[in-house]
Design a protein around this ligand. Structure first.
Ligand SMILES: [Mg+2]
Length: 218
């Protein structure tokens, strides 16, 4: 049976937009006396880097001379509340629903802490579309390790040749999925020529269903 696996952050979840919205809220509640644009830019930048959140908030504390207690309070608040600010990319839901109507089984394979990733998926309102959700936090294995991709295939009893992997990262998503024999859809701004690990690219979800209809997995 045909399967589509998705990465979460930067693919279904518009992480940059969510961080921006969260930064505005945190500035208002915790650091209103700081220069707003500078705080927001740095907040988005630090949270965009793959590093522990303790490090993110320690770096913010250092950059803006915040007391350690306040930075820790902000970190806890971020953990609790970030999901509220989560935004999906336009047309994610119609695409997931269109794939279900076409009989595809759907999964998420995402790197991050289990409860954090799951709270984001729930907040996006897309949880019911997925037959399986795998997080690196739960498995103790993260992309690009092929074992997390194999775990998703095995949970769905899917063959790589019948499976599309859709993600925004070449290193974490496209290269390992391609190496396992999946069809790869890269969410990116237009790139030419396409890297060898990518079968198709798209920048907006309005392109997705026509693409998969034109080139479904065999
Ligand atoms: Mg990603």
């Amino acid at each position: 049976m045909r399967t589509v696996l998705f990465d979460l952050d930067g693919t279904l979840h518009d992480k940059a937009a969510s961080l921006q919205a969260c930064a505005v809220d945190m500035h208002t509640r915790f650091t209103p006396s700081l220069a707003r644009e500078r705080f927001i830019a740095r907040f988005v930048e630090e949270n965009g880097v793959i590093q522990p959140k303790e490090e993110v908030f320690a770096r913010l504390a250092c950059a803006f001379d915040l007391p350690a207690g306040l930075a820790e309070q902000m970190r806890q608040d971020f953990d609790r509340n970030f999901a509220r600010f989560c935004r999906g990319y336009p047309q994610v839901k119609p695409v997931l629903s269109g794939l279900k109507e076409r009989g595809y089984r759907l999964g998420v394979v995402t790197n991050g802490r289990d409860s954090f990733q799951r709270s984001k998926i729930a907040s996006l309102g897309i949880e019911p579309y997925f037959d399986v959700i795998l997080t690196s936090g739960e498995l103790g294995i993260k992309k690009p390790d092929p074992r997390i991709f194999r775990a998703a295939l095995s949970a769905l009893q899917a063959e790589p040749a019948d499976t599309v992997f859709c993600g925004d990262s070449l290193e974490a998503d496209m290269i390992p999925a391609n190496a396992l024999g999946m069809t790869t859809f890269w969410k990116t701004e237009r790139v030419e020529p396409l890297p060898a690990s990518v079968d198709l690219q798209f920048s907006h979800f309005s392109e997705f269903l026509p693409l998969i209809d034109k080139r479904p997995p065999p």
